[in-house]
Ligand binder design. Structure first.
Ligand SMILES: [Zn+2]
Length: 215
């Protein structure tokens, strides 16, 4: 398999930031606009420059908020941007097959999955489906301790901190939940960062695992 050239993690991060800046400013790049017409260029292969693990929430369409086109992003979406084995496997696949070196866990403000978990911690529901519970169970450990702090008295602040805590847990899980990814981080420039998309402003804040020189 010929490894295609993909940008470094930091270059990829710059591209995402520039794309989000365009989105917030209400402009679109020509590449993104012409993407439907370039479809056939990607029949033979792809080299996505970033992997994004985002939430399924309809208000956070990944390619749109980063102003990207066809073939640019390898996107995994699941409610609450949780990390289960299939998500790790998807990241491994992209890192190995395409040489993609940037992985972003993208949470967002007012995440329903995080809010449902907080609600569950306050008032456990008995009739929740097991499948739904499997999502809540993955978010719970990262946010549980917040309920024992002062935040418990401030629902808004609690929600905001819980979203970020959940992103950190997912990012850490990706960094340490796979020997292959650990190895790529240590030796081959793979970077896993955590970010939060604001429904209110449209801005993506990269707040976790961000290399010092860029902030
Ligand atoms: Zn969400």
């Amino acid at each position: 398999m010929g490894q295609q050239r993909t940008p470094s993690a930091l270059d990829a991060l710059d591209r995402l930031k520039e794309g989000n800046h365009r989105f917030v400013s209400g402009v679109r790049s020509l590449d993104a606009l012409l993407a439907p017409m370039r479809r056939t260029e990607f029949v033979a292969g792809q080299k996505p420059f970033a992997v994004i693990l985002g939430c399924s929430d309809s208000r956070v369409p990944v390619e749109i908020v980063f102003d990207q086109g066809v073939g640019d992003l390898f996107v995994i979406r699941v409610a609450g941007n949780i990390v289960a084995p299939s998500q790790i496997g998807s990241v491994e696949f992209a890192a190995e097959q395409f040489g993609t070196r940037l992985v972003v866990v993208l949470g967002h403000t007012r995440c329903g999955a995080v809010e449902a978990t907080l609600e569950e911690l306050r008032r456990p529901a008995e009739n929740r489906s097991q499948n739904l519970r499997s999502i809540v169970d993955r978010i719970r450990p990262g946010v549980e301790s917040l309920l024992t702090t002062d935040l418990a008295r401030d629902a808004d602040a609690l929600g905001r901190q819980a979203v970020r805590a959940n992103v950190r847990v997912s990012a850490n899980h990706l960094r340490h939940g796979s020997e292959m990814l650990e190895e790529l981080i240590r030796k081959d420039g793979l970077l896993v960062v955590g970010a939060e998309y604001s429904l209110e402003t449209g801005i993506v804040d990269f707040f976790d695992g961000f290399p010092a020189r860029n902030k």
